[in-house]
Design a protein around this ligand. Structure first.
Ligand code: GDP
Length: 491
């Protein structure tokens, strides 16, 4: 796994040079920093009367955190310390339906931002205030339109979003990416508020949008369903307040959003880049606890002490409570979007954990490949009575639907479920691979290929299988064979 005598020495509190000598006496010439095999470590351990257990990188990461008594992802303390927190919202929808315009309009609606007089900065997320039933309420928006960011974060196990706003242009109606976005929200179990946009244009038909989405299971409240539809114009700034209110009402109705602000902060890196003057700059979304200037944090493989924090108006802040996004300076490196961050007791611990994490990331591709399934592993899956998850991409919607219908008719009895996580028209994208990663899905490309080498590389890295077909019955046969556990390993 790439451990060296230096690593080992650090672990047992010995000095590396004397371990090199011990190894020499045991007949092996190794330098202090060279990586050695597990057997070598065990040999060395036996000689020094240490019991060495070889653990996987994930185990190691967890054990390391546990040894410091750190748990991630849990609110600590009594229930009474869990206080209401603002919802975190992502905006999704078809291209050109107005996601970017809406995010701008919402920001401009916010009086607080205006009063602060700061320079509006894009930091990847922002928070606004709105009045609902006479009470001031806050909402946090992830300022990256589209579901790519959302899915990429989810692929890393991060849960960034409480509510999805699905933007549908009233003149265009439901389009392929509308459905794609909806599928992503459904897969994540995130409630949806529909923003029917562009109602200012003459051929806007908001009723049609309601009808179309009803077919996909989003039934408007006014038709007796439980999804709020709000007619807006992002461009003419019509009814933005109404949309904000709908978000709050949806949060109040179906989510009990609480967090303990009185603990060490934890959350997610939303966006990060390397700034020439300021070094690594990262936007973090605090999910629990309160982040303060001076805190030692780790964020993925990065660590450091928070030197300064800024809000989306460029104003310096000292504290960030739950659901507050802030831009933080002082990290050692640039984390990835979706990496967890947390406050730890001191700099040294932060550095140690970050270094372990980095090593774990380096090894993760190996660890992962064994975790993902391929069609050929299916008999094993069948024993565990799991589902075969598919993502289907095709050249035209007709072929995708035909394939889906045919697959749905495969009779495999009750032990196994065939689940189609997502279907769509077009090449297999990075986004499809990310979605497949989350649920161990296999991607079927029907008369389409991957969108470039980078997508294939990502699939390789994540161990996601993409299978291409140009004949429907062949696709069906293979899936059926797989489901029945009779698939021959070679093709
Ligand atoms: P995105 O691709 O979903 O982010 O869409 P944009 O926000 O970039 O908007 C696409 C186009 O639609 C732009 O030219 C916007 O000016 C326009 N647009 C967005 N919202 C509205 C609206 O409410 N009314 C009208 N008439 N145009 C809009």
């Amino acid at each position: 796994r790439g451990a060296s005598l230096t690593d080992f020495a650090e672990k047992i509190g010995a000095d590396a040079a004397s371990l090199v000598q011990v190894m020499f006496h045991l007949g092996e010439m190794v330098t202090a920093t060279q990586s050695v095999t597990d057997e070598t470590l065990q040999l060395l351990g036996a000689e020094l009367e240490y019991d060495i257990q070889v653990v996987s990188p994930e185990d190691e990461d967890r054990e390391l955190l546990e040894s410091f008594s750190i748990e991630f992802g849990e609110d600590e303390g009594e229930d009474s310390e869990l206080l209401p927190r603002p919802p975190v919202v992502s905006v999704m929808g078809h291209v050109d339906h107005g996601k970017t315009k809406l995010l701008d309009a919402i920001r401009n609606e916010d009086v607080v931002a205006g009063e602060a007089g700061g320079i509006t900065q894009h930091i990847g997320a922002y928070q606004v205030q709105t009045e609902v039933d006479g009470t001031e309420r806050k909402i946090t928006f992830i300022d990256t339109p589209g579901h790519e960011a959302f899915t990429a974060m989810r692929a890393r196990g991060a849960r960034s979003t409480d509510i999805a706003v699905l933007v549908v242009a009233a003149d265009d109606g439901v389009m392929p990416q509308t459905i794609e976005a909806l599928n992503h929200a459904k897969a994540a179990g995130v409630p949806v508020v529909v923003a029917v946009n562009k109602i200012d244009v003459p051929d806007a038909d908001p009723a049609k949008v309601r009808g179309q989405l009803t077919e996909y299971g989003l039934v408007p409240e006014e038709y007796g369903g439980d999804t709020m539809f709000v007619d807006i114009s992002a461009k003419a700034r019509i009814n933005i307040e109404g949309l904000l209110e709908a978000i709050i009402l949806t949060a109040d109705a179906s989510l009990d959003l609480r967090a303990n602000p009185h603990q060490d902060a934890e959350g997610l890196a939303i966006e990060a880049h390397l700034d020439k003057g300021r070094g690594p700059v990262v936007t973090v979304l605090v999910q629990r606890g309160t982040l303060r200037v001076g805190d030692s944090i780790i964020a993925g493989p990065a660590y450091g002490r928070v030197r300064a924090m800024f809000d989306e108006n460029g104003q310096q802040v000292d504290e960030a409570p739950p659901a507050r996004p802030v831009l933080a300076l002082g990290l050692s490196a640039v984390p990835r979007a979706g990496d967890n961050f947390m406050v730890v007791a001191d700099d040294r611990m932060a550095r140690q954990i970050a270094e372990r994490r980095e090593a774990a990331v380096r090894n993760a591709s190996f660890a992962r490949i064994t975790k993902r399934v391929s069609l050929d592993d299916l008999s094993k899956l069948l024993e565990e009575r799991q589902a075969l998850n598919l993502v289907i991409k095709g050249d035209v919607s007709g072929s995708v639907e035909a394939l889906e219908d045919a697959l749905a008719k495969i009779d495999v009895g009750e032990e196994v479920d065939l689940r189609i996580l997502h279907r769509g028209v077009g090449a297999v994208t990075e986004n499809d691979v990310n979605l497949a990663t989350i649920d161990n899905a296999i991607i079927i490309g029907f008369n389409v290929r991957a969108q470039g080498r980078s997508v294939e590389r990502l699939a390789d890295r994540e161990g996601v299988e993409i299978r291409y077909y140009s004949v429907i019955y062949q696709a069906i046969e293979e899936v059926e064979a797989a489901l029945k556990g009779m698939l021959k390993p070679e093709y």
